[in-house]
Design a protein around this ligand. Structure first.
Ligand code: FES
Length: 141
């Protein structure tokens, strides 16, 4: 083996044997930083509408249908997608029982959207809420 061939073979061998180590150092030390998800708040209605009816139903938003329950005096507003996960009827809020009730086949959901009684098996989607400058706002959780 000539000297030049030996050096080439040595270079290739070194490169191949060290490249996994190099990749591990470069990609293994990547910061675990994940950019915070941008909260995309949308307006559902006014505080006056909410206080008048104790709820606002908006059937078409960029997040789908949204039903907000409560008033500006409530400690916490409830916001769900009111489309029943069984066959798609719109659930009603039953304030006395603190549940969402589907008028079609009587599925019941808790205020947190969890199924309390079937036939529905999947929960209602829930949303974060806030009141800002007399506007009721909602975003994904
Ligand atoms: S559509 Fe709601 S229970 Fe069937």
């Amino acid at each position: 083996m000539k000297r030049r061939q030996f050096i080439n073979l040595l270079s290739v061998s070194l490169f191949l044997s060290l490249s996994p180590l190099f990749l591990a150092v470069v990609y293994g030390n990547k910061p675990k930083y994940k950019p915070k998800k941008q909260e995309n708040w949308i307006s559902i209605g006014t505080v006056a509408e909410l206080d008048k009816n104790g709820q606002i139903l908006k059937e078409k938003t960029s997040l789908g249908a949204i039903l907000v329950i409560g008033t500006s005096e409530s400690q916490k507003l409830i916001a769900v997608n009111p489309i029943c996960t069984h066959l798609g009827c719109t659930v009603d809020w039953e304030a006395e029982e603190n549940i969402f009730l589907c008028p079609c086949h009587a599925s019941e959901f808790t205020a947190e959207g969890k199924v309390q009684n079937g036939p529905a098996t999947k929960p209602l989607s829930i949303y974060k809420t806030k009141i800002e400058k007399n506007t009721v706002m909602v975003t994904r959780i």
